[in-house]
Design a protein around this ligand. Structure first.
Ligand code: ZN
Ligand code: ZN
Ligand code: FE
Length: 752
């Protein structure tokens, strides 16, 4: 007996070869009927014997394409129509319930093989198939069809067209399908010279890199700048030209074997590096790269090739590692436009490699780190964005505008949060333009009608102003509450928890700068259980670039004016007149806001140890302090805790250790351990007083691997249920999700 069913599949099924996959398994299981792409997912009509129908439905989840992500499958009985075959029906735009857009996918092995064998694609660098290739970066609208991508100007040749139409071909309905004869082409620009023959392009590009030159390469989501990562002169030269003195560069390695020669790889790191998402992963460096790559850090941001061109380049090069950093000037968004690249990036690069397909949506490389053998995203962009986060809460029509640094915004669609790609620090006009442009695109592509804007409590953030400038109701959410809610949303928690939020800065409800916060929070509201003792920040915002100011403030708090006679290098080398100004500013409360920030505490200790008194990039002082910490020591310093947490005894002991000429690596470890003990002690106190057992950790400080790995283990060993951010950054890049769910919860409770 034959029967019929309708199968609705929701989730990430567009642009990942889902329909051809359904077609193939339908044939395997003798199914008749059809599959259709709707913008709310994929719908299948299947007719067969019950046993085959069951196997067919089972295969959908078990054998789905690598980059697909099924959120929900619904099977309902249908009326038999006695179809004679199985067909793929053309896409139809049926409603505003849009399905997901696939992130960009790294080139697959089958395509790399085809590059060697398929006549029309031998050495063709824009090869792709239904399982791989550009997606989000080229999509202008949905449903995902070629004419709604930047592949539209390239008319398919006969060969590609027949592949595109052949349901059993690997390139059936692969929207960016292309070959030598009909697809995009590279062009290498060296001064006045323009090279178009690809073999020549490849030779010249690799020669330039071998010669220690710098080239700008148009990547998937924007331009990148490359040079030999083992050539110190080249890397130094790149630093000078890019005006980037201190921040480590990311490095692309030939393959995983080479990577293991240069770095110490743990299993999860290897796994993250090899996924189709191809993020940069921060791993242990063995010190074989040019010193200027990692500028004193013992780690390196490593990645593996993901575009066909990367593989081709490494085949020509006798070099195993190249620096591959974003193609931009200082803090501006990465360049995506060919003309802009030719005018701006020539100041940095000796040659510019462009291609004639437009990048529609800019995406930076994503960055991940492995802590306790789990992947944590710290910058979410290429390969991850715009994959939605599934929630239990209805967030429809809510827009969360994020914070200021490493901004990312979020829009709500039904019970899904769609987070934008990494936008950047909302501090210059170019980044703000990128932000506004992306906002309008997201609203339109995902068919969201904004009803409610949620923004940070800080009135001066550009993201706050943006929210208030639009004509929709807007609400403010406290920064650290949003951090905790972001982590809760990731784990679908909707209850009271102990929220520990540690970061650099966020405006508090008392007007002070918060950042060392223990909250009792739910998705609607929070109370402040405890926090780090306030410390004046003489110079306000300047302290982030000049940790020595915070160092003085902390010493002054602990030792009073006596601190000026402490026999430690930090004080000995200090201009006493300058130190006195700082004390005056604190005393007279001139531009010295009060702060409970964890980030500033790390800054101060880093300065007092004379490790980093002035910074060249964001969070450098805490990062340098972490990088010198000796692992394997349990020793710690004393601290006081209660309603506020005081590090006065900690600092006294640190100064004593410095005077005793203790190893700075040990002092750093002891300080880190103290910080961990503080979190542990206050979490226990909160549990005792509230009987809550769930601890939620968020905030940029938790990107500190030394801290996070130990805090999580210690809390778990003590019976706490511990939640940390994985899919979204613990830093401000994840904050929009928290704002979004707080808005949704308050709306649900009728509190708006
Ligand atoms: Zn492929
Ligand atoms: Zn073709
Ligand atoms: Fe923050």
């Amino acid at each position: 007996m034959k029967s019929a069913i309708k199968v609705k599949v929701r989730g990430l099924v567009q642009g990942v070869g889902f329909r051809p996959f359904i077609y193939r398994i339908a044939h395997e299981h003798k199914i008749r009927g059809w599959v259709e792409n709707r913008n709310d997912g994929v719908i299948i009509h299947a007719e067969s014997q019950k046993i085959f129908l069951d196997k067919f439905v089972k295969s959908i989840t078990e054998k789905a394409p690598l980059a697909s992500n099924i959120f929900d499958i619904e099977v309902i009985p249908a009326v038999m129509e006695n179809f004679e075959d199985f067909q793929i029906i053309k896409s139809e735009s049926t409603s505003d319930k849009i399905t997901d857009i696939s992130p960009d996918i790294s080139v697959c092995d089958a395509c790399l093989e085809d590059m060697k064998n398929q006549a029309h694609r031998i050495d063709y660098p824009f090869i792709n198939c239904t399982n791989c290739g550009p997606r989000f970066s080229i999509i202008k609208d949905l449903p995902y069809d070629r004419d709604k991508t930047t592949m539209d100007p390239f008319k398919l040749c006969e060969t590609c067209s027949s592949e595109y139409k052949d349901v059993l071909d690997r390139r059936f309905h692969a929207q960016p399908v292309a070959c030598k004869n009909c697809g995009p082409q590279y062009e290498l620009v060296i001064g006045e010279q323009r090279i178009t023959e690809f073999g020549e392009i490849l030779n010249r590009s690799s020669d330039l890199i071998k010669d220690g030159k710098i080239i700008a390469i148009k990547g998937v989501g924007g331009f990148q700048i490359a040079c030999d990562a083992t050539n110190e002169i080249a890397v130094k030269n790149l630093r000078t030209k890019k005006l980037r003195e201190g921040k480590p560069f990311a490095v692309m390695f030939r393959d995983v074997d080479v990577l293991q020669e240069y770095t110490t790889l743990f299993p999860q790191e290897k796994k993250s590096l090899e996924t189709w998402r191809r993020p940069i992963v921060i791993v242990q460096d063995k010190g074989k790269l040019a010193p200027s790559v990692s500028v004193g850090f013992k780690t390196v941001g490593a990645m593996l090739p993901y575009m066909p061109f990367h593989f081709q380049l490494f085949e020509k090069l006798d070099i195993s590692a190249i620096v591959l950093t974003s193609g931009n000037i200082s803090d501006e968004p990465i360049v995506i436009d060919n003309h802009k690249a030719e005018s701006i990036l020539t100041k940095i690069a000796d040659a510019i490699l462009i291609y004639n397909r437009e990048i529609h949506n800019r995406t930076d490389d994503s960055v991940a780190i492995s802590i306790n053998e789990t992947e944590r995203i710290i910058r979410r962009s290429r390969g991850y964005s715009p994959e939605p986060i599934n929630l239990k809460l209805n967030v429809d029509g809510i827009v969360a505008t994020g914070a200021e640094l490493v901004n990312c915004f979020a829009i709500g669609k039904g019970k899904q949060a769609i987070l934008s790609q990494h936008i950047g620090d909302l501090k210059n006009l170019e980044t703000l333009e990128f932000y506004e442009e992306s906002y309008h695109r997201f609203i339109s592509i995902f068919r969201v009608k904004p009803e409610l804007m949620v923004h940070d409590l800080h009135p001066d953030y550009l993201s706050t102003r943006f929210a208030n400038d639009l004509q929709f109701p807007a609400i403010a959410v406290q920064h650290h509450h949003a951090h905790i809610a972001s982590c809760m949303a990731e784990h679908n928690l909707d209850e009271k928890v102990i929220g520990i939020s540690m970061d650099g800065t966020g405006l508090g409800t008392d007007g002070n700068i918060w950042g060392g916060e223990f909250l009792i929070a739910d998705l609607n509201d929070f109370t402040r259980f405890s926090h780090f003792e306030y410390l004046p920040l003489p110079g306000g915002d300047r302290v982030t670039k000049e940790p020595w100011r915070t160092g003085i403030s902390l010493l002054y708090k602990v030792f009073d004016s006596e601190f000026l006679s402490l026999p430690i290098p930090f004080i000995n080398e200090m201009d006493k007149e300058k130190a006195n100004w700082i004390v005056q500013a604190i005393e007279k409360k001139i531009n010295s806001p009060l702060s409970s920030s964890a980030g500033r505490l790390f800054d101060a200790v880093s300065a007092i140890l004379n490790i980093c008194t002035k910074t060249k990039f964001h969070a450098e002082a805490p990062m340098r302090l972490e990088s010198i910490a000796h692992p394997g020591f349990e020793a710690a310093y004393p601290f006081d805790f209660g309603e506020v947490i005081s590090f006065k005894p900690t600092i006294e002991s640190i100064v004593t250790d410095i005077m005793d000429k203790e190893d700075p690596g040990l002092i750093s470890a002891k300080f880190h351990n103290t910080f961990i003990n503080t979190i542990f002690a206050v979490a226990n106190q909160a549990r005792k007083e509230t009987t809550l057992n769930k601890v939620v950790l968020s905030g940029g400080t938790f990107q500190n691997k030394y801290i996070s790995s130990r805090v999580e283990r210690k809390l778990m060993r003590d019976g706490f249920e511990v939640f940390y951010q994985r899919k979204l950054p613990a830093n401000d890049g994840g904050i929009a999700l928290g704002q979004l769910v707080i808005g949704a919860k308050r709306r649900e409770l009728g509190l708006l």
